[in-house]
Write a protein that binds this ligand. Structure first.
Ligand SMILES: Cc1cc2nc3c(=O)[nH]c(=O)nc-3n(C[C@H](O)[C@H](O)[C@H](O)COP(=O)(O)OP(=O)(O)OC[C@H]3O[C@@H](n4cnc5c(N)ncnc54)[C@H](O)[C@@H]3O)c2cc1C
Length: 520
């Protein structure tokens, strides 16, 4: 057959490059079906971005597909278990403003609108507390599963926090040693095209060339193939989300057995917010801010104050603070000719809700699952890929903006600008109008591969203090549903009681798992 796809060349060895290589090789090499060559070229001189430590539950499935054991991840990557995000001071600065966006869905979510029932008693406790035991598990500092729970299974849903550099190394070793991915350490210095504009090969600094049928651009913010070679511009999203820089720092625990939080803590500050991610040996902390509203010195003062407040006794002068500028936005096209962008080369928006790795997982698994057999089919797959990724990016922007537009904070120009309805995407404005009379529901996030299902919207909406204005918000079937709801709430509180009695702390689970080695 003409133009068969037999060799994929991935440029870049960050998380995007290795996840793509791992998924492709696990699915298409040695499976007896189509034998595919997977080559990854990585510059020995250009470091990876080195951040990206919070993931979604989807990472469990990705690791399973690639064939990595959970115990190996926990042991090799300083990893811990993440059950969602804790938002502090987002709606107001009264010192007691906390809500969770947990990973577990509200009970019986496919068919029951528990939100309608909670709205009647919303003054008695949080939405998350009402609908899932996970809220109490997080508050108690417990892990999402027991030591004896099989790998990747759970009592309450979870993803991971891990060291990004160690994670890329684990993926690299597994892809090369177990999945037969060819690794070339070299700088790509030039790209050569054939007559119809496809990339024919990349030229390395050694003078050697690497030819291929499909090229994956994982070169990070450089976007060497899609951005530089094909000239696809970055569509800025600054009109919605203003943050465009981060200051990251790694902070050791005061004592080696200090508790490890099982959520990412995201604390809103005067300009932007601060992430706080607990690994086994350290916390990863970073301040995301808008350079239009704050200079670097002011941002540095804010992150230093946060570290000082949350890590008493730490010598700030021993720490290395790293500033990372970024342009919030995504490419107009992700797949052009025979070249597709995955990861930062395709775009980046601030890491609130950790959507970047989840998007990488989505992109890489679409490429792997729909790997075109030949060049003709590739054109169709590319068109569909572009439409799908465009949808996901729009959804991410809307979901992140929700956290800002609902805030009541007015302690700075930054928060006033964030709340300005003019800075809200029209589709989100429409949804907010609709949610005045009904909770977010499946129609609001209708795809099966949705990054943020409507349950996520419920958690943030009600966590931020949003309440519907109209009577019809209470739904028409409430009375009929009452016996089912009562039974469910009783079962939830029973499950909560059992979990609080049986689950280990995050630290205890991590400690037990680091002594295991790749047990299936
Ligand atoms: C401040 C910040 C915080 C973040 N936090 C999170 C988070 O909590 N959760 C989350 O999901 N995501 C997060 N992200 C995003 C996440 O870090 C990235 O999506 C992820 O690390 C993937 O990066 P990458 O592989 O695309 O790029 P990189 O890590 O930058 O890798 C680029 C690779 O390309 C190679 N390369 C470049 N040019 C050449 C060349 N000419 N020849 C050969 N090789 C080349 C480099 O050597 C490198 O290996 C965060 C990002 C930032 C900026």
């Amino acid at each position: 057959m003409q133009g068969q796809i037999r060799k994929v060349v991935i440029i870049g060895g960050g998380t995007a490059g290795w996840i793509t290589a791992g998924l492709l090789a696990a699915q298409h090499r040695g499976s007896g079906s189509r034998e595919l060559d997977v080559v990854l070229v990585e510059s020995p001189d250009i470091p990876t971005i080195g951040v990206g430590e919070g993931t979604w539950p989807s990472m469990r499935m990705t690791l399973q597909k690639i064939g990595i054991h959970e115990a190996d991840l926990v042991r090799e990557c300083d990893a811990s278990f993440k059950q969602g995000t804790e938002f502090v001071d987002w709606s107001a600065t009264d010192g007691d403003n906390i809500y969770y966006h947990p990973f577990s869905f509200p009970a019986e979510y496919s068919s029951l609108k528990l939100a309608n029932h909670w709205l009647d008693v919303s003054d008695r406790g949080s939405f998350a507390e009402f609908v899932t035991p996970q809220s109490a598990v997080i508050t108690a500092g417990l892990a999402p599963k027991q030591v004896s729970t099989p790998e990747y299974a759970f009592n309450v849903n979870y993803g991971y926090h891990f060291d990004a550099g160690k994670f890329a190394k684990l993926l690299h070793d597994h892809a090369v040693n177990s999945l037969g991915v060819e690794y070339i350490s070299a700088n790509v210095v030039r790209i050569e095209s054939d007559d119809d504009g496809d990339v024919a090969c990349v030229v390395l600094d050694s003078g050697a060339t690497v030819a291929g049928d499909l090229f994956v651009d994982c070169t990070g913010q450089r976007s060497m193939l899609i951005g530089q070679h094909y000239g696809v511009g970055l569509e800025s999203m600054k009109q919605y989300l203003f943050n465009d820089a981060a200051i990251a720092v790694q902070v050791p625990y005061a004592k080696p057995d200090d508790a490890i939080a099982s959520v990412t803590r995201a604390t809103a500050v005067e300009v932007g917010w601060i992430w706080d991610i607990g690994l086994q040996t350290r916390r990863g902390i970073g301040h995301v801010y808008s350079t239009a509203h704050s200079d670097e010195a002011q941002a540095m003062a804010r992150v230093r104050a946060y570290v000082e407040r949350t890590s008493p006794g730490i010598d700030l002068d021993e720490l290395t603070f790293r500033t990372i500028p970024f342009e919030p936005g995504y490419r107009k096209q992700f797949w052009v000719n025979n070249c597709v962008a995955v990861g930062l080369s395709g775009g980046f928006i601030e890491p609130l809700e950790a959507s970047a790795l989840a998007l990488i997982e989505q992109a890489a698994s679409i490429i792997s699952e729909q790997l075109p057999a030949n060049r003709e089919i590739m054109t169709v797959v590319a068109k569909r890929f572009n439409a799908r990724m465009h949808y996901h990016w729009e959804a991410v922007i809307e979901f992140l903006k929700l956290h800002y537009v609902l805030s009541q904070r007015d302690d700075s120009e930054y928060w006033k600008d964030c709340r300005d309805p003019e800075s809200c995407p029209e589709a989100l404005r429409d949804k907010l109008t609709l949610w005045q009379q009904q909770p977010p529901w499946h129609d609001d996030a209708p795809r099966v591969d949705e990054l943020f299902p409507s349950a996520s919207y419920q958690y943030v909406l009600y966590g931020m203090g949003f309440r519907p204005q109209y009577e019809s918000a209470h739904g028409s079937h409430k009375e009929e549903e009452r016996p089912r709801v009562d039974k469910l709430l009783h079962a939830n509180s029973e499950r909560t009681r059992q979990m609080l009695g049986a689950l280990p702390t995050n630290r205890e689970l991590v400690r037990a798992m680091t002594s295991l080695r790749g047990v299936a």
